[in-house]
Write a protein that binds this ligand. Structure first.
Ligand code: NAD
Ligand code: MG
Ligand code: MG
Ligand code: MG
Ligand code: MG
Length: 345
């Protein structure tokens, strides 16, 4: 699959922003990504209309931020580029009701994640471009980095190039939101979708949450205090990951004690053993063969019974209660928590 990965990285100088001149971009949704894309494009001089339902609680925020707001239907009718930034689970409905009836020849459908295109939940007509600029970051950082003249790395993918200019236009969009300041790498809708979903399930969200909980439970079940277990298994995770983010695994191994390094290198693969590798391969297969997508689509159609139950069970885990109590005791955590809840918009 490495052959799909074009290692060329696009920066600001590689982009001709005139591809978005005399163009109107409809940004549908004003959540994590939506607010960042809309504001960054607007400040980059692009003509932006935010598309939100009449009863959307985000309307006031977008208007206060100085943006033009219309209904999704009206925004799409006026737009040349339609940026689909409502949640993945509602995109097919929004596509059917607001986008499809207003798609004109030569328009661009722009995504930040490939789920609905890759799993055929949205099937665009042949006479439009279908592109992806996917910032590899939560939306609040896309906005914050833009404001501080930094960039956010991103992915570029072209699913359909009707006009012959799909890539140039997508890159102009990427420049408008600040991604080409940091660098944009080309991939495909398939590769972005499958690696993104595998990553969040096996490592970033699912894997790490289970690792933390099982570590915590192992210590508490052996009679150690919940407070100690919390600090060892949850709190220190951030400090360790910060080191990896800055300098790779090497920076982490250099920074911890030799005892931690020797113990980690000899015992880590006893914990995350071949059985875990087989489990990951199974998880990847369900992403590749569409089994996970089918399950998640059905779960949403059934009003999320499993999701609701698991979401509550996670909130009820003892480590959450211990953590809330401990974080409140440490002033240095409080300012971080404020930033985090502010980030959740
Ligand atoms: P979000 O949940 O933060 O926000 C969605 C917004 O859509 C809401 O704020 C609301 O304004 C609007 N909305 C919700 N339901 C709607 C409906 N029925 N009709 C019209 N508008 C509605 O979404 P998000 O996390 O920004 O995700 C948007 C896209 O970006 C997705 O494709 C996602 O995969 C992708 N993405 C997200 C992140 C991230 O950091 N959250 C990162 C990379 C890519
Ligand atoms: Mg994802
Ligand atoms: Mg230690
Ligand atoms: Mg070993
Ligand atoms: Mg399971």
């Amino acid at each position: 699959m490495t052959d799909e990965f074009n290692t060329e990285i696009y920066y600001d100088d590689d982009v001709d922003e005139s591809y978005l001149a005399n163009t109107t971009v409809a940004v549908l949704g004003y959540g994590s990504q939506g607010h960042a894309h809309a504001l960054n494009l607007h400040e980059s001089g692009v003509d932006v209309i935010v598309g939100l339902r009449e009863d959307s609680s985000s309307r006031a925020a977008a208007q206060e931020d100085g943006l033009t707001v219309e209904t999704p239907e009206e925004a799409c009718a006026q737009a040349d580029v339609i940026s689909v930034l409502v949640p993945d689970t509602v995109q097919p409905t929004v596509y059917e009701n607001a986008i499809e009836p207003n798609l004109e020849e030569g328009n661009t459908l722009q995504f930040a994640h490939g789920f609905n295109i890759h799993y055929n939940q949205i099937q665009p007509p042949e006479h439009v471009d279908v592109t992806m600029i996917a910032p590899k970051s939560p939306g609040h950082l896309v906005r914050r980095n833009y404001e501080s003249d930094e960039g956010t790395p991103g992915l570029l993918a072209i699913y359909q190039d009707y006009t012959g200019d799909a890539k140039e236009r997508a890159l102009a969009y990427g420049k408008g939101i600040g991604c080409t300041r940091a660098g944009v790498v080309e991939t495909t809708f398939r590769e972005e979708t499958e690696t993104d979903i595998f990553g969040e399930q096996a490592v970033l969200c699912g894997g790490i949450a289970e690792l933390i909980k099982v570590g915590y439970e192992t210590l508490v079940d052996a009679g150690y205090s919940p407070e100690m277990a919390y600090f060892e298994c949850m709190n220190e995770m951030k400090l360790i990951v910060d080191l990896m983010y800055e300098g790779g695994l090497g920076a982490m191994w250099d920074s911890v004690s030799d005892t931690a390094e020797y113990g980690g290198l000899t015992r880590g693969d006893d914990v995350i053993d071949d059985h875990v590798r087989e489990n990951m391969e199974e998880v990847l297969e369900q992403v590749q063969n569409g089994e996970f997508a089918t399950e998640w689509i059905a779960e949403n159609q059934a009003n999320r019974p499993v999701y609701t139950q698991l979401n509550q069970a996670e909130k009820d885990h003892e480590i959450e209660e211990v953590g809330e109590r401990l974080r409140a005791l440490f002033a240095w955590e409080e300012s971080e928590q404020e930033t985090e809840s502010d980030d959740e918009r």
